[in-house]
Structure formats: C-alpha cells, structure tokens
Design a protein around this ligand. Structure first.
Ligand code: ADP
Ligand code: MG
Length: 483
C-alpha cells in the first residue's frame, strides 16, 4: 500500500460513519489497515487473520465500497490481505456491488493523486512526517516484559531482554531478537524500552522502527538536516530498532546506520534489534553490518508450544476481563499454532462474536466462529514436503524415488511416500502417481494397501537402522511433516 496517511484517515472516517463508532472500533481497530495503491482499482484491506477477512467481507463489503467511492469518486474493488500471508491473495477479491441507484450525486468525483516516492525510496516514505516519532506506535499502551508469557520457545529471548535491562548490555550488545511474524519481537523490544526508562529515568532511550530510521535519514538528506538527524541517534543512551530486515538492500541507509551503531557501541550504549531473519540471511546487508549485528547475541523466538499457547490465551482473556472456559482456550490453542498474533486475533474474534450475537462463549460458538480461520490456517502438507521428508530420512535422491527402480531400498521408501501423500496432502491417487515418477493411480492404491498391511501386521523394518518397526519409520516421517 502506498497510501497517504491523510487518505487512510479520510477512508477510516468514512467507514466509521457508516458503521458507527462501536462496530468500527471492534472490526477496524489496531491491526486493520485501509489503503489505496496508485494506479490500482482496489481498496486494500490488511487484516490480522482470515476470520477478520471473512467477517468484514461478509458484513461490511457494501459499506467499504461505498466509503471508498465517497472518498475517491471511483468504484473500487476490495482486495483483502491477511498479514503474514504471501501477497496477493487474489481469491479474496470481491467485486463491488453495482452503484446504488440513489447514490448521492453530490459525491465529488475527486480522483486522488498520491505522491509518487522518488525511485530508491521506500514506498512508505510518503507517510513520513517531518519529525519521526521515537516510539513506533504511540496510540497503544506500551507492552511490558511483565506481560510476556514465558515458555520454552521464548524463554531465552525473554531472559536476554531482562539481562539487557539489568546490565545495559555488558558484553552482549547488540542483542538481536530474531523470530517470525507475530511471535513477540516488538513486544519484547517495547518491554525492554519501558523497563530501561523505568530503571534509568534520565536515560535517552531511542526506540524506532528500521523503516522510520530509513525515512528519517532520507528526509534529512533531502532537507540538509543530517547533523540534527545524527545527533538524535548518536546521543542515545540506548537504541532499540525494530525490524532491521527492512534495511535489506538499502545501501545508503545501511552505511548511515553502521556509523550510528559504531558510535553507540563505542559509548557503551546498549543496542537491541529485532529481525525476522538471522542477520546472515538478510538479503543485501553489507558484510560489515552483518558482522556487527552478530557481535553480541542473537536469540531466536520459536512458535509457542501448546501449553504456552494456552497460557497466553488465558493471560490475554484475563487482561480483557473476560472469562473464557477452559475447553474454549484448549480448542483455540489446539487449532491456531503459527503465531501469538493469530491466537490473539482468534480470541478477539471470539469475544466480538459473542458480544455481537449475545451468545455464550462456549465451545460451540468457538467452533462456528473460528471455522473459516482454522480451515485457512491449517498447514497444508505438499507433495514436495513428503518427498523431502522421505528422501532426507532414507538419504536418497528425489530422482531415485521417481525412477523406475524396484529395488527394496527405493521401492519401500516410495511406497511410504505414496501412503503419506495420500494421508496428508489431500492429493488424488492419480496426482500422487504422476508426482512420484509418472506412475498410474493403481500403483498408488497398492502402495497404500501395502503400507496399511505393514501397520496392521506390525511389520518389522529391515531398511533403516534405528527404527525397529515400519510404524516407527512412519512416525518419524510424520513428525517431520508436522502432521
Ligand atoms: P512480532 O513483532 O514478532 O511480529 P509482536 O511483538 O507484535 O510480534 O506480537 C504479536 C502480538 O502477540 C502482540 O500483541 C504481543 O503482545 C503478543 N505476544 C507475543 N508473544 C507474547 C507472549 N509470549 N506473551 C504475551 N503476548 C505475546
Ligand atoms: Mg513487530
């Protein structure tokens, strides 16, 4: 989205007017963004999860199209984007309803013009205000380290955060918190910032996103205010930068950041960074910067395990003053696994659903309310995944699996692969046959029968050391597939 902030707020106001403040607040609050891309005929709606998409689409599509028409003078289509999903999910594009017969003729056909950012500038540059806030999201109460639910997947990152606050980095600055979308990077960073401020009241804690840093730097270059820009960062008592992967391929900004970084390290100021990738994996990051980033400590956030997921849900429900039955928490924790943001989104949706329908928040409601979300987020196992898992375990090449070779050493793994493909990918027999070397569907059916026979007869495995039974092999493969 390259939406000018003024346009987004006009759009939001137009939608709010149609929905009323409370419904608007519920469905278009934090996490839902509206935007327009120049030259496109879509109103883009970024939502935190599939539930929001489906709900907004089925309840407010007309209002959105209407509001967009009022603001832009054009009839736009709706294009949903579920954050964290690969763009663009074309399957979710909704055609606008035909223009309303009693459409206000006074609606001014005011085509918007969006300033085009000069080449090489990040797209959201157009949003950059003259001064760049040092707290990225000022409208939301800051998250605290105390609110962070700790489990095996994030314990190390959490203790590193505490350590950072206590020792101001000591020998392990910079601290890089690495993790996928919605796993708590920003939460930890904000928590560190708040704790540093509380513990060291006079300290100048500078907290910024890498995007805002980039925008600020480019602005300063343009306006000849580099000295002031540098002073702001280089005089920091602590520097917290969110989402440094954003610096990928931005050479000039990287150089600037390197100088800032060096100056602060020389001053002994703690630096905490977050990234969705390991610094070595960030594309087009100068070697020098990557090396600096690795000079301290990199801690990884993993997706939470089931009991942490439940504890997080419980904490979030309690924070909202809602009592959610244990069975519902277990249900949500069981089905939404990828990230904490997704868990939060589901809980939010459930509470909203219960509030709006006036129904009790029980398991039945949870099943109905989250049915689509769960269907959309269930991890699909692909044929390629099966191939990879089998080849890895048996140490054979994919070509061997597909070749016309009947030796047991490859024919048995092939049969296991076909069985697993049938069980976990949802692919048809014929498709599986084609994938594994152009075989016909009856071959797949007999492979499946054979494997089922092995399981039933508790057949011993003579193929691979370390696995006594055929079923042990299958279990190992299924664990790899996450099935
Ligand atoms: P990221 O920056 O990694 O994409 P966020 O820090 O924005 O993710 O986290 C997404 C949401 O999940 C936030 O609302 C955050 O407060 C919450 N969250 C993540 N991890 C935890 C946790 N361990 N305990 C409590 N809330 C969490
Ligand atoms: Mg974040």
């Amino acid at each position: 989205m390259t939406t000018h902030p003024g346009i987004e707020s006009t759009l939001r106001a137009a939608v709010a007017q149609r929905l009323g403040e409370s419904r608007f607040g519920l469905w278009f609050g934090e996490g839902v963004r509206l935007g327009l891309t120049e030259g496109s005929d879509s109103l883009e709606i970024a939502v935190p999860n599939a539930f929001f998409r489906d709900w907004i689409q089925s309840h407010f599509a007309g209002n959105l199209v209407d509001a967009a028409r009022e603001v832009t003078g054009r009839s736009l289509r709706l294009a949903f984007r579920v954050d964290g999903e690969a763009p663009p999910p074309l399957g979710h594009v909704v055609e606008p309803p035909p223009p309303d017969a009693n459409d206000r003729p006074s609606a001014p056909p005011a085509p918007i013009s969006i300033p085009i950012p000069p080449a090489d500038r990040p797209r959201s540059q157009v949003q950059a205000p003259a001064s760049h806030p040092t707290t990225p999201t000022p409208n939301r109460p800051s998250r605290r380290l105390d609110d962070f639910v700790v489990g095996p997947g994030n314990r190390l990152a959490h203790s590193a955060a505490l350590e950072m606050v206590q020792t101001l980095g000591g020998s392990f600055s910079p601290l890089v918190i690495q993790g996928g979308v919605g796993l708590g990077k920003t939460h930890l960073l904000e928590g560190i910032g708040a704790a540093l401020r509380a513990r060291h009241p006079g300290m100048k804690v500078v907290h910024i996103t890498a995007e805002a840093f980039t925008n600020g730097f480019l602005d300063a270059m343009r306006h000849g205010t580099l000295t002031a820009f540098r002073a702001r960062y280089r005089g920091a008592g602590a520097l917290l930068v969110d989402d440094i992967h954003f610096l990928a391929a931005k050479r000039a900004t990287q150089d600037e950041f390197l100088h800032t970084f060096n100056a602060l390290i020389a001053d002994g100021a703690p630096i905490i960074l977050t990234s969705d990738q390991h610094p070595r994996q960030i594309a087009k990051l100068t070697d020098e910067l990557a090396t600096r980033f690795l000079g301290g400590m990199v801690v990884k956030l993993e997706a939470p395990d089931p009991s942490t997921r439940r504890a997080i849900l419980q904490a979030k429900a309690a924070a909202r003053g809602v009592i959610v039955p244990e069975a519902v928490l277990a249900f949500v924790a069981e089905h939404l696994r990828a990230s904490v943001r997704e868990l939060e989104g589901a809980l939010h949706s459930l509470i909203a659903h219960a509030t709006m329908t006036g129904k009790r928040l029980d398991l039945a409601l949870a099943r109905t309310a989250l049915r689509d979300t769960i269907r959309h987020t269930a991890r699909a196992v692909a044929l390629k995944d099966v191939e990879k898992a089998v080849c890895q375990l048996f140490q054979i090449e994919p070509e061997a699996l597909k070749a016309d070779n009947r030796a047991r050493a490859v024919a048995y793994p092939r049969m296991l692969a076909m069985y697993l493909a049938r069980k976990h990918t949802g692919a048809a027999y014929s498709e599986i046959g084609r994938f594994f070397g152009g075989r016909n569907h009856s071959t797949v059916i007999s492979a499946e029968k054979k494997v089922l026979g092995w399981i039933k007869d508790e057949a011993r495995n003579g193929l691979l050391a370390g696995f006594e039974m055929m079923s042990d092999l299958l279990n190992a493969l299924e664990r790899t597939l996450g099935a």
